[in-house]
Design a protein around this ligand. Sequence first.
Ligand SMILES: [Zn+2]
Length: 413
Amino acid sequence: MWWGLSLFLCKLSSRRQLDYQFNSDGPEVLNNLNRLAGTQQTSRPVNKTLDYFLGRIGSAAVAGLGQKMVARLIRMKALDEVRLQGRVLVLIDGSGYLVFHYQHCEQCLTQQHGETTIYMHQVLEAKVLGPGGTVFSIATEFIDNRDAQDTPTGASPEQVKQDCELKALPRLVAKIRTAFPQLRICLVGDSQFACGAGFQVARDGRCAFLYVFKEGRTPALWRDFQGLLKLCPEQHVELTTPQGIHQVYRWVNDLDYEDSDGRPWTFHALHCRETKKTGVVTQWAWVTPLKVDRDTVVAVATKGGRERWREENEGFNTQKNSGLNLEHAYSHKCWAAYYFLLQIAHMILQLVEKGSLLRQLAEQVGKRTAVALFGSLKNMAQRLLESLRYRRWEDEAFDVGRAATIQIRLDSS
Ligand SMILES: [Zn+2]
């Protein structure tokens, strides 16, 4: 496992690189990884060994390990600072994952671009939000052509994506509930989930929700909202941020909605209108069963709703563009196991990059963050690789008793 994780921790970008970077001219690689894993291997694995190993244990085992690590963070209260009304925020978002120009397996989703057919796999991710913009994967649903079966042929790629993600959402939330039966959760998602199906998933999974509210998704509900806002002008909070951005928050409580299956729903809706110094106006709205009033409206919007972009930025973009190389097909057979391995590595990297240990080291030499200390995230990965190859890690680094006294705190500033 550590051999595989190191592929991502050192950002080697492809499996073949394992054979070149972790070879015998790095005299300490085997020794360091042996001690890290508590093993006594006498020879190095090669990249095919990793593929064979992951194929044997299967992707669910790797996913389960990642969930246990997040459970530990939750138990240590590492995420408590960013809970909203006592609930952990679980950001839900879909993304493209693997793309091929040939049919890679029976379940590939297909997309037509003129004469060309593209074969791909998508994912629907659930990531818990931590302090300092950290996000940790707690469940993943892979989306394939079985999810697109009911979508009419000729539907736009956007329609296919939306249908697929709505179909995968109940499976995703069921997975979260199996792994975290007691956790108080608020699902945070975009407007495609703000419909009967999305509300029902939250109810079945005993979760609160905070979904983006858009006129185009539920036009009648939006008209009700606008009408009711006029009737309660006193439900409004205005403020100017330290950056000089003027914000107006308005809300309506107990909005009634009947979905297309005739199910009745009641929730609150809130609206934020933001004017920058330049005069640029941006508006957002959300629906939620969370408490929305004069004291909570700003927190619900800023700590909850607007954190959703983090999954895009800190989650998918980092994993695609930072050397983790999410869209690379690390393996033809067991790509799912590599997906989960990458999620675990990303969790460890965030704890290293944004945790208090390296920050203390940085502060000792007058730098504010670990990234500033090393110059870039890429440099950090390179230093780690050099260290793994050439430095015999100190025995005290493996002292479990000592480690138990260290508490890693995530920087929220
Ligand atoms: Zn496929």
